[in-house]
Design a protein around this ligand. Structure first.
Ligand SMILES: Cc1cc2nc3c(=O)[nH]c(=O)nc-3n(C[C@H](O)[C@H](O)[C@H](O)COP(=O)(O)O)c2cc1C
Ligand code: SF4
Length: 657
C-alpha cells in the first residue's frame, strides 16, 4: 500500500497533531444526525465512522453552533452548553479506532442563519439565500460571542476531539466582521483592517485561554469573497501573516459568501480545483500548513496539489459525500472504483438550504449509514438474507437500470441488462452532452466499471421481446426504460412549416436543426440545456416556458451558472407564457401582460413534459415473473431518485424470496 499517490499518503503535522495523510473531509453542515436539542446521535456518528473507515486523514464536524443566535440550519450540532459533551464523546470514541484525526468546525451563522433571531456586526441583510435584516451586536454581546467560541472549543476538547477549526469564511459571522461589505461599524470592531480582524483574534485568544496552547486550532478563511466591497486576497495575506505569528495549526483557504459571483460550493460548470490558486498564493506567504479546497475530485489532481507545493493538505467536501472510501480506493490504485461527485449541488447544498437533510444524488447511502449492519461497504445495503441466485433481467442501461443491476449483482443475483441503444446512459448520457455537463458521465463510468467487475452482462442494441424472455427465463424483470418528451397540444403546431424535434433527438445528435432561429418549448432543465446546446452552435434561441420559474428541478447553485452561460449566448427567456399560437414560420404568445410575435423561426424543439416509457411491461402478462419499475419509467423525475430507486430494488428482491 502507499505506492499510489505517495504525496497524498504521507503524514502531516498540524500544530501538535500528526495527521496520517493529506486528505481532510471539510466541514459540511449536513442538517441531520442530531436530536431536538442538537445533541449528536448515532446517525451522525455512523456517517463519520463510514468516512473514517474509508481512510480520511482528518474530518471536521460541520456547523457546530457556538451560540443559539448562530445556529445556521435547524439540525446541526449545538455546542453552547455542557450537555453536548457526553454525546460528542460517544461519537469521538466510535471514530477513534480508525486513526482519523477528528475535529469540529466552530461556527456562528450571523446574518446567514436560517432563523429570525439573526445578529451581525451591522444591521445589513445577507445579499442572497436568507431573508431578514439581522440585529447589530452591541460591544457586550460581541464579548459574549467571543466567550461562546472559547467555551465551545473547551467542550470539544473535553469530548476528546483532536482539533478545532474556526469558521472565518463563507460570509458567516466572523467573515462578516472581516468584510467591509457586511461590517459598517464605527467602533473598535469596524473600519480599518486591524479593527475588522479584532473579533477573530479575540476568539483565538479566548480559545487558547480555555483549551491551552497545545490544542490545535485551524482557521478557515476566504481568499476572496467574490462580492463587491468584500474581503480580498490582499487582506487575506495580511491576516495570514498575523495568524502565523499566533501559531495557529493551519490555514484553510476557501472562497465566496451568499450571493457572491463565484459560489463557495460551485457546480459542475466551474473548473475542478477552482480555489486552489487562492491557497497556493497564501502558501507563498506563510510557513504554516495550508489547506486547499474546491471541486477537488480526482486523486491525480489532489496528488499534484501536494507534489507541486500548492498546499500541504487537500480538503474535499462533496467527494467524501459521494464516496466515503475515496482515500482507500485511491491508495490501493482503484481510482476507477471511485464514485465521483458530479457537482450537481442538488442532494447536498440545495437540500440543506431548503432545510432538508443533506444527501447525495450519486450516493443514496448518505445519512443512512446507521441503518446498515455491514462493516465494510458503503453503498448498497445488505439485507442480511441470503436471497442470492435469482435471475434478474434489467431493461434499460440508464442510471436507474445500472444502479439496479449493480445492487442486484452485489447481492448475489444473476443479472443481465438489455439496452436498446448501442451505448449505455439513457437520459443521463444525453444530459452529459450539454455544454459544461460532461462530468455527468462520471456516474456512468462508475456504474459500468462496477457491473463489469461484478460480471454483469449488458446486451446492447437489444430490446425486450418474447423470444428474449423465453431464452433468459428471468424470475425478476426490472423496467428502467426511462421517459420521452410529450408533444404538447398547441394551436397551430401541427400545421406549422417549422421543423419539429424533441430535445432528446437534438441532444442525441439525431436531429440537424436547420436555420438560425429556434424556439424551445419548455424552460425546465432539459429546455435550458437544449437552448445552451443550440446557442453554442450559433443559433438564436427563444425559450418559452409556461411555468413561473425556469429549471426548478435544478439546484440553485447549478442553475446560477447555467443562467450566466445563457446570458453569453443569443438566448431569450420567456416565462409565464400564455396564449401560445403557432403560425407557419413563427409563434405568438402573451407574457407579463404583453403580446410577443417571433417571426422567421426555422424550428421548434420540444422540451416540456416527459412521459414514462413502460410498454414492455405488457410482455410479462401471463408469465410468472416479478416486475419492478424504477426511475423515469415509474414516473419522470430527477436523477436523484433514479439511482436511489435502482439501488433499492435489491431490498425488494430479497424480501420477496
Ligand atoms: C451540504 C454542504 C454543507 C456545507 N457546510 C459547510 C460548513 O458548515 N462550513 C464550511 O466551512 N463549509 C461548508 N461547506 C463547504 C465545503 O466545506 C466545501 O468548502 C465546498 O463544498 C467546496 O468543496 P468541494 O468541492 O470539495 O465540495 C458545505 C458544503 C456542502 C456541500
Ligand atoms: S449531490 Fe451532487 S454535488 Fe452534492 S455531493 Fe452528491 S454528486 Fe456532489
Amino acid at each position: 500500500m502507499g505506492e499510489h499517490y505517495p504525496g497524498l499518503f504521507q503524514p502531516l503535522k498540524l500544530g501538535t497533531m500528526t495527521v496520517k495523510n493529506r486528505l481532510l473531509m471539510s466541514a459540511m453542515s449536513i442538517n441531520f444526525g442530531v436530536d431536538d436539542k442538537g445533541r449528536v446521535n448515532r446517525q451522525l456518528t455512523a456517517y463519520f465512522v463510514a468516512r473514517a473507515r474509508g481512510g480520511a486523514g482528518a474530518m471536521l464536524v460541520g456547523g457546530g453552533a457556538v451560540h443559539p443566535t448562530g445556529l445556521e440550519l435547524p439540525h446541526l450540532p449545538t455546542l453552547w452548553d455542557d450537555g453536548c459533551i457526553g454525546p460528542l464523546e460517544k461519537m469521538v470514541r466510535a471514530v477513534k479506532p480508525f486513526g482519523c484525526s477528528f475535529g469540529v468546525q466552530l461556527m456562528h451563522g450571523g446574518r446567514q442563519s436560517y432563523h429570525d433571531r439573526k445578529v451581525a456586526p451591522s444591521a445589513i441583510a445577507a445579499p442572497a439565500v436568507v431573508k431578514g435584516v439581522p440585529r447589530e451586536l452591541s460591544p457586550d454581546e460581541i464579548m459574549e460571542m467571543v466567550a461562546a467560541f472559547g467555551d465551545a472549543a473547551r467542550r470539544c476538547r473535553q469530548a476528546g476531539f483532536d482539533f478545532i477549526e474556526i469558521h472565518a469564511a463563507h460570509g458567516y459571522l466572523i467573515n462578516q466582521f472581516l468584510s467591509p461589505n457586511a461590517n459598517h461599524r464605527r467602533d473598535r470592531y469596524g473600519g480599518c483592517f486591524e479593527n475588522r480582524i479584532r473579533f477573530l483574534i479575540q476568539i483565538i485568544e479566548d480559545i487558547r485561554s480555555k483549551c491551552g496552547r497545545d490544542f490545535p486550532v485551524g482557521i478557515r478563511i476566504n481568499g476572496e469573497d467574490y462580492i463587491s466591497n468584500g474581503w480580498s486576497m490582499h487582506e487575506a495575506l495580511r491576516l495570514s501573516r498575523i495568524l502565523e505569528r499566533l501559531k495557529v495549526a493551519y490555514l484553510h483557504v476557501s472562497a465566496g459568501v451568499y450571493g457572491s459571483t463565484q459560489l463557495t460550493i460551485p457546480s459542475m460548470y466551474v473548473e475542478q480545483g477552482c480555489f486552489v490558486h487562492l491557497a497556493a498564493r497564501v502558501k507563498q506567504e506563510v510557513a504554516l500548513p495550508v489547506i486547499a479546497v474546491g471541486r477537488i475530485k480526482t486523486p491525480e489532481m489532489a496528488e499534484e496539489i501536494i507534489k507541486e507545493g500548492k498546499a500541504d493538505m487537500v480538503a474535499m467536501g462533496r467527494s467524501f459525500l459521494a464516496d466515503p472510501r475515496w482515500p482507500l480506493k485511491a491508495r490501493s490504485g482503484r481510482r476507477k472504483a471511485i464514485r465521483h461527485c458530479v457537482g450537481c449541488c442538488l442532494g447536498c447544498i440545495h437540500a440543506v438550504l431548503a432545510l432538508e437533510p443533506g444527501g447525495c444524488v450519486v450516493n443514496p447511502e448518505v445519512g443512512r449509514e446507521y441503518l446498515s449492519d455491514s462493516e465494510n461497504k458503503n453503498s448498497v445495503r445488505q439485507t442480511g438474507r441470503s436471497a442470492a441466485g435469482r435471475r434478474v433481467l434489467v431493461v434499460g442501461a440508464g442510471p436507474s437500470g445500472l444502479a439496479a443491476a449493480r445492487a442486484a449483482a452485489k447481492a448475489g443475483h444473476v443479472v443481465t441488462v438489455l439496452e436498446k441503444e448501442a451505448t449505455a446512459g439513457g437520459a443521463l448520457a444525453l444530459a452529459a452532452k450539454a455544454p459544461g455537463r460532461g462530468e455527468l458521465n462520471d456516474i456512468l463510468d462508475f456504474f459500468l466499471n462496477e457491473i463489469d467487475e461484478l460480471g454483469v452482462e449488458i446486451r446492447f442494441g437489444c430490446r425486450l421481446d418474447s423470444q428474449v424472455l423465453d431464452r433468459l427465463r428471468p424470475q425478476v424483470v426490472v423496467l428502467a426504460t426511462g421517459a420521452l418528451p410529450e408533444v404538447p397540444m398547441i394551436k397551430g403546431l401541427a400545421g406549422s412549416q417549422m421543423e419539429l424535434f424533441t430535445v432528446n433527438e437534438v441532444m442525441a445528435g439525431k436531429a440537424d436543426v436547420p436555420g438560425e432561429k429556434t424556439v424551445v418549448l419548455g424552460g425546465g432543465q432539459a429546455g435550458l440545456m437544449g437552448a445552451d446546446y443550440l446557442a453554442t452552435r450559433g443559433k438564436s434561441v427563444a425559450v418559452l416556458h409556461r411555468g413561473d420559474h425556469f429549471a426548478e428541478e435544478m439546484s440553485s447553485n447549478d442553475r446560477y451558472y447555467l443562467r450566466e452561460r445563457l446570458k453569453q449566448g443569443d438566448v431569450s427567456l420567456f416565462k409565464k407564457v400564455r396564449a401560445l399560437t403557432f403560425a407557419s414560420r413563427g409563434v405568438s404568445f402573451r407574457c407579463d401582460g404583453k403580446m410577443f410575435e417571433l417571426e422567421d423561426c426555422d424550428s421548434a424543439v420540444i422540451a416540456g413534459n416527459m412521459k414514462s416509457v413502460r410498454q414492455a411491461a405488457n410482455l410479462l402478462k401471463g408469465r410468472k415473473v416479478e416486475l419492478q419499475i424504477v426511475g423515469d419509467a415509474k414516473s419522470p423525475r430527477h436523477l436523484m431518485y433514479a439511482i436511489e430507486e435502482g439501488e433499492r430494488v435489491v431490498d425488494e428482491l430479497s424480501s420477496s424470496t
